[in-house]
Write a protein that binds this ligand. Structure first.
Ligand SMILES: CC(C)(COP(=O)(O)OP(=O)(O)OC[C@H]1O[C@@H](n2cnc3c(N)ncnc32)[C@H](O)[C@@H]1OP(=O)(O)O)[C@@H](O)C(=O)NCCC(=O)NCCS
Length: 331
């Protein structure tokens, strides 16, 4: 599709539950230690929704903040895309729940599931609508309540995840700025390495993918680890190449935050110093599709980049999927 308009990020917002679950809390729940979790993952604590609070509450809050930052009203929105692997309902979609709550009467709304790569998938979709001129304003939210599908008896997974939402308002920006390139991919052959059953359970799934009849998230961490380091490098290089840029042109990489050792491994393979990589996973753990927008928002609020700076957003996740984007900051 030819590019008529340039698409960029006009506003950002994020939302985290107040409740903090520390490694020391987890020591009382499963056979683990703060030392093991810190050393093997880099995570110190995570935020968890109260049982009776749905994840889309975080999405509503993040959306309102992003709209305020963009200086537009919800009524201006043409489309809401929610990237999520933990929708509160199969129907209505989380995007429709949020559309109603923020009063975005004119906006179409749908959810998209590419697990932790969801925000980059959503960015790629939103970019098509805006650059073609079909829509003027798209709200993209990564919204997750992973605590609701976590197996709190499985020490292999329960120490890793948290709840959060991050939102971005996308719209037209000056030519030469905004989303310069995106790249998304999937390898369904590796899908069994992270699963969270929904409407169907095979006999083999019942053995390992449920706990007390509750469908839970299950993962082969080692397999995902190897895949993650590889695609972080590949995704970063791919969007640099597509934008005719090199690592030297980059101000910051904002990666999906899953494990500090994955980030270290990717930095090493890319040959970039660690200060070029944004890190906040010690505070929130793996928050799936919310990870990149929450990280980007923190870096933005911390003034870690300015207009004209080149940023790479890069992630990987269930599916297995991956995605990256080169964004030249336009504000
Ligand atoms: C999950 C992960 C942290 C596990 O770390 P690891 O170093 O690979 O650890 P292993 O799975 O090899 O387990 C090593 C040992 O630690 C144990 N262990 C696992 N979790 C533990 C915990 N929370 N506390 C203490 N011990 C733990 C294992 O049982 C195993 O014990 P064993 O040797 O007696 O069998 C790591 O593989 C990872 O981060 N993978 C990527 C996950 C990811 O990114 N997922 C999301 C994709 S979006």
């Amino acid at each position: 599709m030819s590019r008529i308009y340039s698409c960029g990020i006009l506003g950002l917002g994020s939302s985290l539950p107040e409740k903090v679950l520390t490694n020391f809390d987890l020591e009382k729940m499963v056979d683990t230690t703060n030392e093991w979790i810190m050393k093997r993952t880099g995570i110190s604590e995570r935020r968890i929704l109260e049982k009776d609070v749905p994840a889309h509450e975080l999405g509503v809050d993040a959306a309102n903040k992003a709209l305020k930052d963009a200086g537009i009203s919800a009524e201006d929105l043409d489309l809401i895309i929610v990237a999520t692997e933990t929708p509160d309902y199969l129907t209505p979609s989380t995007s429709c729940l949020i559309q109603s709550r923020i009063n975005a009467k004119k906006a179409a709304a749908f959810d998209l599931n590419a697990a932790c790569s969801g925000f980059i998938y959503g960015l790629t979709v939103a970019d098509q609508f805006i650059k073609s001129g079909y829509y003027k304003y798209v709200l993209l939210i990564g919204c997750e309540g992973l605590s609701k599908i976590t197996d709190w008896e499985d020490r292999n997974t329960c120490v890793l995840f948290g709840d959060a939402a991050g939102a971005a308002v996308l719209g037209r920006v000056e030519d030469g700025y905004g989303i310069m390139s995106t790249y998304i991919g999937a390898d369904g052959d590796l899908g069994k390495n992270i699963t969270a059953p929904c409407c169907y359970l095979s006999c083999e799934d019942i053995e390992v993918r449920t706990r007390d009849n509750k469908r839970v998230l299950w993962m082969d961490g080692g397999e995902v680890f190897k895949f993650a380091v590889k695609v972080m490098e590949h995704g970063t290089n791919k969007v640099l190449e597509q934008s005719n840029l090199t690592l030297e042109d980059l101000k910051l990489i904002v990666p999906h935050q899953a494990n500090i050792r994955i980030l270290d491994g990717a930095a090493k393979r890319l040959g970039v110093s660690k200060d070029k990589i944004f890190i906040n996973l010690h505070k929130y753990g793996n928050i799936s599709s919310a990870s990149i927008p929450v990280g980007l928002n923190e870096a933005y609020e911390g003034k870690m980049f300015t207009k004209g700076d080149n940023l790479v957003l890069v992630g990987f996740g269930g599916g297995l999927t991956w995605g990256s984007a080169l964004v030249r900051w336009s504000k």
